[in-house]
Design a protein around this ligand. Structure first.
Ligand SMILES: *Cc1c(COP(=O)(O)O)cnc(C)c1O
Ligand SMILES: [Zn+2]
Length: 419
């Protein structure tokens, strides 16, 4: 019997449209354009209805018809996704906006970032294609997620990272028994090396030869936003950009739900957020350019520190098409964004989330996001992994002996300061 490929039709070149078999391959042989998964939308439409979706478990796999695996069930990361979409009224008031939502992937399962979405897809597909060793080039969160999910799936994992990453991100890869290779260089050099290794070793590199499948996992964040908003599109979505892939896939997810009739078509903008210390996409968009110029990263937002973003060109295209803005924030503004979200909503995000909040604040203050519109902020990672970034910027513990008298003295001193 012929092996079925689920709802997938082919891999398709984003430039020339040539189609390829659904293997572990990522570039077009004719023009080196990136390959993307094409689906049988007519077939998907039969079963992907609001009613069916609502009856399924609350994970990202409830949208399985639009995720690139052949089998009926994923073999890796069955419980990933369906993170909270939180109405952020206190933060909304501080930023001066009517309707604000936080899509909180800081609590995604199992490794506390949106990367669990892309990894569960990539590793499930890698198993289908027969790989026993998986690998990635990472700015941190991807390494954590590949390490954890590979361990749970019984796969061998090699993760490649810049050697100077935050301690939290390094320990969070090592603990799962993954082979962690620190490269003395920035991410773009890690990535270049990984392209060479992928060609030689025949592993399932989630963001190299498995990239077309991997990237599709990001769409689940957009599907969830639409469903959790009560089947409507937000007018504005603010998305942090590293390679730019997540931003393009949020747009694709909105387009697919419109195409399948799951949500009414309405105007929306997908805004991009970067750190000023690594803002090739934001600079290009602000300058009205269709292409970015590579930069050398220097920012505390290490998870976003990609100077040559693989999907930068397509991210620029999406922002142009939807009439969106891009902007960037300094390291101090990133820390302020992290503190603002923590103090207003009780959510501790990592530096990338600080970038998203900081840029949203700028877009609202300048009127590029009008005060009466609806906004979703994509919070993509957890602050416990980047403690180094805010330690020393969050106030101090006050120490006393275990004595009621000393505590009363402290409170008394405080009341004097306050009036
Ligand atoms: C990887 C990552 C992103 C953005 O990834 P893209 O490469 O643009 O898809 C955003 N936030 C966090 C925390 C990440 O780890
Ligand atoms: Zn092509």
């Amino acid at each position: 019997m012929e092996k079925t490929e689920g709802f997938m039709k082919a891999l398709k070149c984003r430039e020339c449209g040539r189609e390829y078999p659904l293997n572990a391959t990522h570039v077009c042989e004719f023009d080196f354009g990136p390959l993307e998964v094409a689906y049988d939308y007519e077939k998907a439409r039969q079963s992907l209805t609001r009613e069916n979706i609502a009856s399924r478990p609350q994970t990202m796999w409830r949208y399985r018809e639009l995720l690139p695996i052949a089998d009926k069930q994923p073999s890796v990361g069955f419980d990933v996704g369906f993170t909270p979409l939180l109405k952020a009224d206190r933060l909304a008031k501080r930023l001066g906006i009517r309707e604000l939502w936080i899509k909180n992937d800081a609590v995604n399962y199992p490794t506390l970032s949106f990367k669990d979405r892309v990894v569960s897809v990539a590793l499930s597909r890698a198993k289908e294609l027969g790989f026993t060793t998986v690998a990635c080039a990472s700015t941190g969160n991807l390494a954590n997620s590949v390490a954890a999910n590979a361990a749970a799936a019984g796969l061998k994992a090699y993760v490649f990272i810049p050697a100077d990453l935050e301690e939290g991100k390094i320990v969070n890869s090592l603990v799962y028994g993954a082979q962690v290779i620190g490269i003395r260089g920035h991410y773009d050099e890690v990535n270049r090396l990984c392209a060479e290794i992928a060609g030689k070793f025949g592993w399932g590199f989630v963001n190299v030869n498995m990239r077309p499948y991997y990237a599709e996992g990001s769409k689940s964040m957009g599907f969830e936003i639409i469903e959790q908003l009560g089947w409507r599109l937000p007018q504005h979505t603010v998305v942090p950009m590293a390679s730019g892939s997540l931003l393009t896939k949020i747009h694709k997810s909105y387009q697919e739900f419109i195409k399948l009739g799951l949500v009414a078509e309405s105007k929306y903008k997908v805004h991009g957020a970067q750190a000023t210390g690594c803002s090739p996409i934001s600079i290009a968009h602000k300058g009205g350019m269709d292409f970015f110029k590579p930069v050398k990263p220097n920012t505390i937002a290490k998870s976003l520190a990609i100077g040559t973003p693989a999907d930068g060109f397509y991210a620029l295209k999406v922002m142009k098409e939807t009439g969106a803005a891009a902007d960037d924030v300094t390291d101090d503004e990133i820390r302020d964004g992290m503190k603002l979200l923590a103090e207003c909503e009780g959510i501790f995000t990592e530096t990338a989330g600080g970038v998203t909040v900081g840029v949203a604040k700028k877009l609202i203050a300048s009127g590029r996001i009008p005060a009466n519109d609806s906004v979703v902020l994509c919070i993509t990672g957890n602050g416990l992994k980047t403690l180094d970034a805010v330690a020393g910027h969050v106030g101090k513990t006050r120490e006393i002996r275990p004595s009621l008298r000393e505590f009363e003295a402290l409170i008394e001193a405080e009341s004097k300061v306050n009036c």
